[in-house]
Design a binder for this molecule. Structure first.
Ligand SMILES: O=C(O)C(=O)C[C@]1(C(=O)O)C=C[C@@H](O)C=C1
Length: 100
């Protein structure tokens, strides 16, 4: 691999410049911030999902609403099989004790 251009033996050139050690430090800070934000949003999603679930069950409704779950899965389809797993994990987290 060429240190400046990401070149590999079967890849002659790349438009992507290589990040410097300083830039990598900054990018890692961004990743740390993104992870904190994602965690905050996932926790909020769990709260919202559980609030809806409790209200629905208190009204005699079902634990699961399949068409809503299909919509959630569709939103993450861009990310392929990992996106599906991510959507399933979000749905499972939201079910919490309700889903066990
Ligand atoms: O939209 C709802 O009715 C919800 O209960 C939320 C939610 C979700 O987490 O997205 C959770 C359980 C349902 O099966 C479908 C969706």
């Amino acid at each position: 691999m060429n240190a400046q251009t990401h070149e590999t033996p079967d890849q002659v050139s790349s438009a992507e410049p290589v990040a410097s050690a300083e830039e990598i430090g900054e990018l890692r800070k961004e990743i740390d911030w993104l992870d904190a934000e994602i965690l905050r949003l996932v926790k909020r999603r769990v709260e919202v999902s559980q609030t809806i679930g409790r209200a629905r069950m208190a009204a005699g409704g079902t634990r699961i609403v399949y068409n809503r779950e299909m919509d959630v899965l569709a939103r993450y389809r861009d990310l392929g099989p990992d996106g599906r797993q991510l959507a399933m994990a979000l749905l499972n987290l939201g079910r919490g004790r309700l889903g066990r």
